[in-house]
Design a protein around this ligand. Structure first.
Ligand code: FES
Length: 168
């Protein structure tokens, strides 16, 4: 398992905090997904061995919580999340999702074939007064109107063509 020293440190520091080390399973998976973007089968086996668990029990955690992603769900270079909770939904969030879906040629909940963009709906992003809001990677864009998406689309395209380290 190829993890950075920083992630290994996080893992080694976390396990002793739990009286039963198996309770650290969610944190370990969280750290690995933070670094690798998804949970591979190899990661499942590695975590199982680290915590004296059966791989099937680690897999069941990964599949139960939508937060965790397996390899076929890995995030594209640019992660676009449209809030669809009530305030944003009432202000046109689904229309925004539809327009972005048309523009990038992928359904919401999927990635483009080239892996450049992942488009998803998200639940409340804590900016209900300025909806609809869209999270592009970790940056929030507010008051996004479906018929005025060109600025947001330009920003997504800029991130797609930016060098990897400049996209954050
Ligand atoms: S409902 Fe969209 S940010 Fe709260």
């Amino acid at each position: 398992m190829n993890l950075s020293p920083a992630t290994i440190d996080r893992i080694e520091n976390t396990i002793p905090k739990y009286p039963d080390k198996r309770s650290a399973v969610m944190m370990l998976l969280h750290y690995i997904q933070d670094e690798q973007g998804y949970i591979s089968n190899q990661a499942i086996e590695w975590v199982a061995e680290k915590l004296d668990m059966q791989p099937i029990n680690v897999l069941s955690v990964v599949t139960f919580f939508p937060y965790y992603r397996q390899e076929d769900q890995k995030i594209g270079k640019v992660h676009v999340r449209v809030c669809r909770t009530l305030s944003c939904a009432m202000r046109g969030a689904y229309k925004v999702g539809d327009e972005l879906s048309k523009k990038f040629g992928c359904k919401v909940g999927h990635s483009t074939e080239d892996g450049n963009v992942t488009l998803e709906y998200a639940e409340c992003l804590a900016a209900c007064g300025t909806g609809p809001v869209v999270l592009v990677d970790e940056d929030l864009y507010e008051n996004i109107e479906a018929n005025k998406l060109s600025g947001l689309i330009d920003e997504i395209e800029r991130r797609v063509s930016a060098p990897e380290e400049a996209t954050a």
